[in-house]
Design a protein around this ligand. Structure first.
Ligand code: ADP
Ligand code: MG
Length: 390
């Protein structure tokens, strides 16, 4: 789960990490009020979307007057910001962060990730901060420092001093760097984060170390333990089909193929996607309807899958154990009639009450394409796509 920069900065502030004075605004007028409240002579207006590269995309603007703050906020709010991370369609900006602009002396990079191979939280730091850390990691890997943290010890001062020295944060900057790294580590560990990134971490004004950008992503499977983090969730930033599916107890993940998949069980859903690929097709989604797939649940699954305009055919693959094929069949027939589905539907039923289910399908008079096993079902779905798109 990702959160916005203004939320990450709120969290950083609560851990004693230095960030610019600032607040979120969702209207032009509010942006002006925030600037007045902060005071000073210059501000930055920053688009709040779950994607980086905003600076280069025109989503971070400097303002020298409150009037200019309002103007930038007016331009940014409601616009579709396109950055290297948003895709060509961009992302709708609904809010901005208005914060004090600081004079930057030098920019650094500081991040924490979980290195799964080493099973350690790992610090990544570089004296070459700013916008493109990925490029630096590729072209000058020696300029990117990695340091793993021993979970039994935590992040001791000497280790922070070592990292600080290697990226050139010496003298009066060192104690600030040590304090900041330890606070960032505590925040990361205490809130179940998977990744956090300060890019840039900057020396500003007269030698003050400050996080000018802030990014954190959390483990979605652990986030329920931290209600204060859950409240940061922004549904507008997520795929609406995935949000709706969660509400119906369906596990749905949108992909970019054209064979819609409705399957019970995560393992079978994965195998179904593999079988489609094996036959030269590509799945439009992962969808696990779970154990007790009532007719309503099947109908919802069809509705969500068909919201994706790329879907050319639907493959329903059910292996009923706890489930019952007759329930599923009833749900499919109902969905076909209620939703007036035109796309070819391939059905493979197996397990509990399969004969009953098959009878409902056969007697429906609807043009289902029936398959006896997974392989045949996958092959027939790919053939159906070829027919429809021919
Ligand atoms: P992104 O990573 O999405 O491009 P950043 O928050 O890193 O967005 O902002 C882009 C650049 O804008 C930063 O590298 C920094 O140079 C500048 N910047 C951001 N916030 C401030 C600030 N409060 N004061 C001065 N410059 C800033
Ligand atoms: Mg940045």
């Amino acid at each position: 789960m990702n959160i916005h920069e203004y939320q990450a900065k709120e969290l950083f502030r609560s851990y004693g990490i230095a960030v610019p004075a600032g607040r979120m605004a969702d209207t032009e007028a509010m942006a002006g009020d925030v600037a007045e409240e902060i005071g000073g002579k210059s501000w930055v207006v920053k688009a709040q979307i779950h994607a980086g590269g905003r600076g280069k995309g025109g989503g971070v603007k400097l303002a020298e007057s409150v009037e200019e703050v309002r103007h930038h906020a007016d331009q940014i709010i409601g616009s579709h910001l396109i950055t290297a991370q948003t895709g060509a369609q961009g992302k709708l900006v609904q809010r901005v962060l208005v914060e004090a602009a600081h004079e930057i002396k030098k920019e650094f990079y500081l991040g924490l990730i979980i290195d799964r191979t080493r099973q350690r939280i790992t610090i990544i730091a570089s004296a070459s901060g700013g916008m493109d850390i990925e490029d630096i990691a590729n072209s000058h890997p020696d300029k990117v420092i990695r340091e793993a943290v021993d979970p039994a010890i935590g992040l001791p001062e000497f280790q922070c001093r070592k990292i600080a020295a290697r990226i050139g944060l010496t003298g009066e900057l060192m104690p600030q760097a040590v304090k900041l790294m330890r606070a960032l580590y505590r925040c990361f560990r205490d809130k179940g984060a998977l990744m956090t990134e300060i890019n840039p971490l900057a020396i500003v004004d007269d030698n003050k170390l400050m996080a000018l950008d802030a990014k954190i992503s959390f483990d979605s499977n652990a986030v329920h333990r931290y209600p204060e983090i859950t409240s940061y969730r922004d549904f507008d930033e997520e795929d609406p089909k995935e949000v709706e599916a969660t509400g119906h107890g369906l596990n749905y993940i949108a992909l970019d193929g054209n064979v819609g998949c409705i399957v019970n069980g995560a393992g079978l859903a994965m195998a179904t996607m593999d079988a489609i690929s094996l036959h030269g097709g590509s799945p439009a989604n992962f969808l696990d309807v779970g154990g007790g797939a009532s007719p309503e649940k099947i109908a919802n699954a069809f509705r969500i899958v068909l919201k994706d305009p790329n879907v050319k055919t639907i493959l329903l693959n059910i292996f009923a154990g706890i489930n019952r094929c007759d329930w599923v069949a009833t749900g499919v027939v109902q969905a076909m009639q209620d939703q007036k589905i035109k796309e070819p539907v391939i059905i493979r039923l197996s397990g509990t009450n399969v004969e009953l289910g098959q009878k409902i399908i056969d007697n429906s008079g609807l043009p289902f394409i029936v398959a006896k096993d997974l392989d045949e079902a996958a092959r027939k779905s790919v053939e159906a796509v070829r027919r429809v798109t021919a």
